[in-house]
Write a protein that binds this ligand. Sequence first.
Ligand code: SF4
Length: 428
Amino acid sequence: MLPFHFPTLSLTTVAALSPPAARVAVIDENVETIPRDNTHDLVGITVMTPLAPRAYELARAFRRRGTPVVLGGHHVTALPDEAAAHADAVVVGEAERVWPQVVADAAAGRLRPRYRADEWADMAAVPRPRRDLLDRKKYLFRNTIQLTRGCPFDCEFCSVTSFFGRTYRTRQLEQVIPELKAMRQDSAFAFFVDDNLFGAPRYARALFRELKPLRFKWVSHASITIAYDEAILAEAAAAGCRGLFLGFESLDRRAISAMGKRFNDTRFYEEGIRRLHDHGIGVLGSFVLGTDHDTPATFDRIRRFVDRTRLDGLFLPILTPFPGTRLWRRLHHEGRIVTEDWSRYDMEHVTFRPGRMTVADLERGFERVNGHSWSWPSLLTRLLKPRNELPFFRPNRSIQIFGPMNVGYNTAWRRWKRTRRQALHTRS
Ligand code: SF4
């Protein structure tokens, strides 16, 4: 249901790891059509779980035309045997340490079936992505950059730790700042795609000092714990931070505890959001729907919270047990996975038996809470209702980013509803 697409960093990074003599093209099927010729010596496809059926279909098509195919990414790392059935080779783990070898082996005609990165990538060796290979005009938000990898936490449903391990690694600022300066020439907006930009506060502070003169307006991810430290919020805001994606996940402390996210104190949520707003930082809040403590009453609680705290942006997905995560292993063990049709692992379909409601309850609740949150009344309340009950319009300075985002989601949600209705109509 995403209204916008972001320029890929995974494939542009892999492209940068290829030998300089290799001629490389990056195709993002979200915004362009895959050419149907067979002039390539090697095709690499990165695979996320909901796109696995499409990736396998493409792999089959290229292989039929005689082009060897290599698959990698989160889904392949979690299920390498499954992916290997659709490819000439699979890459397990991060590509940095193995991709040059893959290309050399492919050139010599002796691809091995499996390449495994046995060590984490050395962050100093992570190259600058080949952004020049993308048609950047096709993206609304063009500047994406990754400064860190991993997260110090290990939430049960999250695939970050299952892919990157419980590591938190940072790129050197000497590398990052010139990259940012080059991007600044293109646009003043930036998205730091890091899973938790504030995972190492000293690094974050040093980054903010360097960022300030570049005058970016940027967004990133963090945990609500960042709002305990008002000084770092002020430094982030002064460095151009306009919004943070925060995983609240649930308003129920038992659910938070069960998913291994005890650092999220539900009693601090409202105060934390208020502090971020006071610093001019918008909050994109995420709740996962369908934890074992959720009931049909949960959705209205979240809906009220969203409006009351005036969250600037929302992400309200159905809890999804992605392969490789602890949640996936537990639900398998409990016999509660109801489908392994990966196309349904898009966080908009129910793929497991919920604990305290039916599958239909969860589907209805997902539609109700999203339908409300992307409606015009909620959108206007959240973005425009004056803070501190001042009787005039006083938008947060983050509205430049969250205004278009909400309008885009409003349209995308109505389109999603139409498509869902048509699919139900066709089935019946
Ligand atoms: S959900 Fe967020 S805090 Fe938890 S492991 Fe994933 S990235 Fe880290």
